[in-house]
Design a protein around this ligand. Structure first.
Ligand code: NAP
Length: 337
């Protein structure tokens, strides 16, 4: 078993594993049973994972984590969750409003069976709520001890920069991190976001490191793919799996992986870990065995020329559309989500 590397998360005192356990799929498919989720958790802890990611919108995820994280395990890990779902007032509430944040945080703490979370993130920006109200509420829950640090997800660089400025001006806690879609075929954050993160020493959690499964290579073989695979059914990924540039990246990356004795998914994760601005890579899976193989190579450092070749191979993907990022000034999600 490879030794897990750790790093300080941005400017915080949290020293986190460079692989984070993504619990979005807990309660679904091959992780429908609590026992399967517990196995994933225990294997992650045994491999040195000390960072877990969930959200108030991930179905039964928080509830299952609450069941499997007994007090000693809870104290072993940094636990991160997010706010965006509208669980109160019959959904007649702005997502990042004081009402929704306070209600959702209490719900998350109850489901997770804990008195605090280590990192509490805005899952998306909310154009309906004045930013100062959101930030004052987040400041309040940090002062109450219910939240240790505040972060954001799916925000543009300018939105984070503005938040840092408001926090400084108003004496409120600033965001310490960004959680963003980042992988070998989704490199948009490199243009503006990464320079901002580096300038202000913010942590970066990369989600969808395999672009929802495309970087396993399973959409680019002759074998039939499970018709329920996420990238076969989830809107933005379906076209992506058929895109000719993506196909070229997947094929060449698989050749490189073969030469190095790695699987494509392992190479994709190691490419992310080669980036010094990446704090942690959030692993996903729809079956317990999807996680374990990724711990085995975590210590492996890719040769510099391999990193450069991969950088070049997918350079054209730096300028694509942001996936699951706000379209303009707010969010691009379907109404009602
Ligand atoms: N902040 C946000 O907006 C946001 C958004 C998304 C995710 N996240 C976080 O990031 C975590 C990881 O994201 P992700 O689930 O999108 O990660 P990912 O690694 O890009 O995709 C994981 C999916 O790929 C497929 N897969 C993975 N390994 C496989 C293997 N060995 N063989 C075949 N298929 C395999 C599975 O889906 P199928 O079996 O269905 O193909 C699995 O659920 C989540 O758990 C969540 O915590 C955050």
């Amino acid at each position: 078993m490879s030794q897990m590397p750790y790093t300080f998360f941005g400017s915080t005192g949290m020293e986190v594993s460079r692989l984070c356990l993504g619990a979005m799929t807990f309660g679904t498919k091959g992780l429908a049973e609590v026992e399967a989720c517990e196995r994933v958790l225990d294997e992650g802890l045994a491999a040195g994972v000390n960072f877990i990611d969930t959200a108030d919108s991930y179905g039964r995820s928080e509830e299952i984590l609450g069941q499997v994280l007994d007090p000693p395990k809870r104290e072993q890990i940094y636990l991160a969750t997010k706010i965006y779902a509208r669980h109160c007032r019959a959904g007649r509430v702005a997502r990042n409003s004081r009402t929704n944040i306070l209600n959702s945080l209490e719900r998350s703490l109850r489901l997770l069976r804990t008195s605090y979370v280590d990192l509490y993130m805005l899952h998306h920006p909310d154009p309906h709520t004045p930013l100062d109200e959101t930030m004052q509420t987040l400041d309040q829950v940090v002062r109450q001890g219910k939240v240790r640090y505040v972060g954001v997800s799916n925000h543009y660089a300018w939105q984070i920069g503005y938040m840092l400025g408001r926090a400084s001006g108003l004496g409120l806690v600033p965001p310490v991190s960004l959680q963003a879609n980042y992988n070998l075929i989704d490199r948009q954050i490199e243009r503006e976001t990464v320079p901002l993160l580096e300038r202000f020493n913010l942590g970066l959690m990369c989600y969808s490191p395999l672009s929802a499964g495309i970087l396993t290579g399973k959409f680019h073989t002759d074998e039939a793919v499970d018709a329920q695979a996420r990238a076969a059914v989830a809107g933005p990924y379906v076209q992506r799996a058929k895109d000719e540039t993506v196909a070229r990246i997947v094929r060449r990356s698989r050749e490189i992986a073969d030469q190095l004795g790695l699987k494509l998914n392992q190479l994709a994760i190691q490419w992310l870990l080669s980036k010094p601005y990446v704090s942690t890579v959030i692993l996903g899976g729809s079956r317990p065995e999807h996680y374990a193989a990724l711990y085995q190579t975590v210590e492996r450092v890719l040769p510099e020329q391999v990193v450069l070749e991969l950088d070049d191979l997918s350079a054209a993907r730096v300028d694509g559309l942001h996936l699951n990022q706000p379209i303009r000034n707010g969010f691009g999600l379907a109404p009602g989500r």
